[in-house]
Every structure is written in structure tokens, then in C-alpha cells.
Ligand binder design. Structure first.
Ligand SMILES: *[C@@H]1O[C@H](CO)[C@@H](O)[C@H](O)[C@H]1NC(C)=O
Ligand SMILES: *[C@@H]1O[C@H](CO)[C@@H](O)[C@H](O)[C@H]1NC(C)=O
Length: 344
């Protein structure tokens, strides 16, 4: 190996190790030949089945159609980019069927936020240490549990200054009425935590499938209850997120969301809510474009290290992808004063 090659090797090795996802060059999507090779490489990277057809669908055709879409979008100079990720062999319908998971949320009291207060221009709860590492719901419609837990982890940190990773599996086993990773509601999950408390990820780890509810596990965190943010009001949502991480639901049934790799999503999604996440911050780019920062549960290979930014402050009051339609957050006795101060 020449010095130059060694350098290139070390450089690539370092980059690949840091990024961890599937790496490829844009021009590999351009020809049929290189795309076939890329498909083989993709398959071995993600340990996907070698079968041409799975579940009656030609997987290379799906991969090719996803690759073409990604190439088309990335050439459009939009404020976001897409990439081939672990969903590249799946159709959009399959992704939404298997990797989201919200049921209709029963509306309870809506708190009318005091929208006179002036929230800070930006907030990022990661910088304040209130956000645990990105998790992965895997092939299970348990987004509701991940979104709920992320906001309880945040609230617990804000009230106790202790960051604890909490158990989604406990919610999946004990709070969901469904039998098999088929979705749930954040409201029911918050109610469960208010009544029974929630334990840690370590004591009750994620299994990616619903199991029997383990009793007699000591709760580490409890909350008082939960509350809705005023609906269809991005300013109310901003005020709420300035105080603590808040769960939101969005319309994830979009190839833009599925293949999202970075930037700010400004189009390509509707308002038919299908997926919950935790809004953990917001901000504004130098060019004036405003965004929300959401913690997703698709692992850290997806999006911006597992996070997604979605456009904020649009004329449609439902917000981009319906983000302002159903925001819910946990409340705590210790946190009952929703003061107009944002320092913790
Ligand atoms: C799609 O690829 C994943 C790996 O990313 C694999 O686990 C899964 O079985 C594949 N699904 C189908 C339907 O081929
Ligand atoms: C792949 O093919 C093998 C052998 O034909 C079959 O047993 C297996 O079920 C197939 N796997 C999938 C995911 O379709």
C-alpha cells in the first residue's frame, strides 16, 4: 500500500466508522450496472435476504425505484437531502405499516397556553443534557412508547437534574392494549406512568416484540399526568418546547421522511398523522428558515444522527407534516409552575 492509499484508507475507515451508516457515491445511482452492484453492497451491509422476491415483491425493483426517487429529489436543491438507508428495500406502505404506530389519541383537556410570554429564539434540550441517546424501535409499531419515554426522560432531567434512560418495553408490555407491536397512544402511556411509574431501560430492556408485563419492578420515575398543548398553534408549541420536550405526531407516510438524511423538510408530507416523536428543540437557520428538532426512534443511522428537522412557522396552522396538530407533554407535581423562565 502506498502512502497515499494508506492515507485514503485510514481516512475512509475513520469516516465510515464515525458515520456508521451505509456509504455510497451519488453517481452509483446513475447507471443500471452500478445500481445493481450497489444493491448487492447494500444487501450485505444490512444483512438483507438474498432472495430476489420477498413477500411477493421484487426487492431490487423496490430498491431501484427508491434510488431513482432519492436521485431525483437530491438534484432539486431542496433544503433537505435523502439517502438510501435501511428502509431502501421497502415500499412506502410497508414502512408506515411496520415502523410507526399511533392509534387515535383521545382528546382530554387542552391547556390554553399563555401565548403572551416570549419564548427564546432557539432551544436545544440536547445541549442541556436532557436527552438520552437515540434509540431504535426496530420493526415494531412502538413509536408512541419511544416518544412518550423521551419526554418523560426530559422532564425527569429538568426536575431532578438526573438523566435516566427509561423503559419503552414496560409501556409496550403493560400499557398497550394491542397484542403485537400494533401501535398505541401517548395519552394512555402517560396515564400508565402517572399511575404506576416507569422503570429504567437497564431493568426492563427493549425486546422489539410485546411480552408479558413484568410486575414487581421498581419504578424510577413518576409523573403527575399529561396535558395537551393548544392544538394547531405553532407558537403555543414553541412555548411548550421551550419548557420541556413535548411529544408530537406527524404524517410520516412520505418517501421524504423515510429516506431523510439531513436538512429541513419543507414539503412532501401531508397531515394524516401516523408517527410520534419527541420535539426536543427549535431554531432558525442563518437564511431565516425556521425549524423544529425532533428525536426519532429509527436508530442513529437515520437522518441527522437519528434526529430530523422539520420546517417551523408555516401559514397552515396545522404545521408542516401536521406537527402542531397533537402535541402532548407529561406534567409533574414538581414542575407544576410553568414559569416564564427557561433556565434550568
Ligand atoms: C429489508 O431489508 C432489511 C435489512 O435492512 C431486512 O432485515 C428485511 O428482511 C428486508 N425486508 C424484506 C421484505 O425483504
Ligand atoms: C428466501 O428463499 C428461501 C428458499 O427459497 C425461503 O425458504 C425463504 O423463506 C425466503 N425468504 C424470504 C424472506 O422470502
Amino acid at each position: 500500500m502506498t502512502k497515499q492509499n494508506l492515507f485514503t484508507f485510514l481516512f475512509l475507515f475513520f469516516i465510515l466508522r464515525t458515520v456508521g451508516g451505509f456509504e455510497y457515491q451519488d453517481d452509483e445511482l446513475e447507471s443500471e450496472e452500478s445500481l445493481l452492484k450497489l444493491y448487492d453492497r447494500w444487501r450485505s451491509h444490512y444483512h438483507a435476504p438474498f432472495n430476489v422476491t420477498t413477500q411477493g415483491v421484487d426487492r431490487y425493483e423496490v430498491f431501484r425505484s427508491n434510488a431513482n426517487y432519492i436521485m431525483k429529489i437530491n438534484k432539486m436543491k431542496l433544503p433537505y437531502k435523502l439517502k438510501l438507508n435501511h428502509f431502501a428495500n421497502l415500499t412506502q406502505i410497508e414502512v408506515v405499516d411496520m415502523y410507526s404506530g399511533i392509534s387515535a389519541e383521545e382528546e382530554t383537556t387542552t391547556i390554553i397556553e399563555n401565548t403572551d410570554v416570549d419564548p427564546p429564539d432557539s432551544m436545544d434540550w440536547r445541549e442541556r443534557g436532557a436527552v438520552t441517546d437515540v434509540k431504535n424501535q426496530k420493526k415494531c409499531n412502538s413509536c408512541w412508547a419511544f416518544a412518550t419515554v423521551a419526554t418523560v426522560e426530559g422532564l425527569n432531567f429538568i426536575t431532578t437534574k438526573r438523566l435516566l434512560s427509561l423503559s419503552e418495553q414496560q409501556l409496550l408490555d403493560c400499557s398497550s392494549e394491542d397484542n403485537n407491536c400494533k401501535g398505541g397512544t401517548r395519552g394512555v402511556a402517560f396515564q400508565f406512568i402517572a399511575e404506576k411509574g416507569i422503570t429504567t431501560e437497564t431493568l426492563y430492556p427493549y425486546k422489539e416484540i410485546k411480552g408479558d408485563c413484568l410486575k414487581n419492578i421498581e419504578a424510577s420515575v413518576t409523573i403527575d399526568g399529561y396535558s395537551w398543548v393548544a392544538q394547531n398553534n405553532e407558537r403555543a408549541l414553541q412555548i411548550a418546547v421551550a419548557q420541556q420536550p413535548v411529544t408530537v405526531s406527524i404524517d410520516s407516510n412520505s418517501p421524504v421522511f423515510t429516506s431523510y438524511s439531513g436538512g429541513i423538510i419543507t414539503n412532501g408530507c401531508g397531515t394524516k398523522l401516523s408517527h410520534s416523536m419527541a420535539a426536543i428543540g427549535y431554531g432558525t437557520e442563518a437564511n431565516g428558515r425556521k425549524f423544529w428538532i425532533l428525536k426519532n426512534s429509527y436508530g442513529s443511522d437515520w437522518g441527522e444522527g437519528g434526529y430530523v428537522r422539520i420546517e417551523r412557522g408555516i401559514s397552515d396552522t396545522r404545521g408542516r407534516c401536521g406537527i402542531a396538530m397533537q402535541p402532548i407533554y407529561p406534567t409533574s407535581i414538581k414542575n407544576i409552575v410553568r414559569a416564564n423562565t427557561y433556565e434550568i
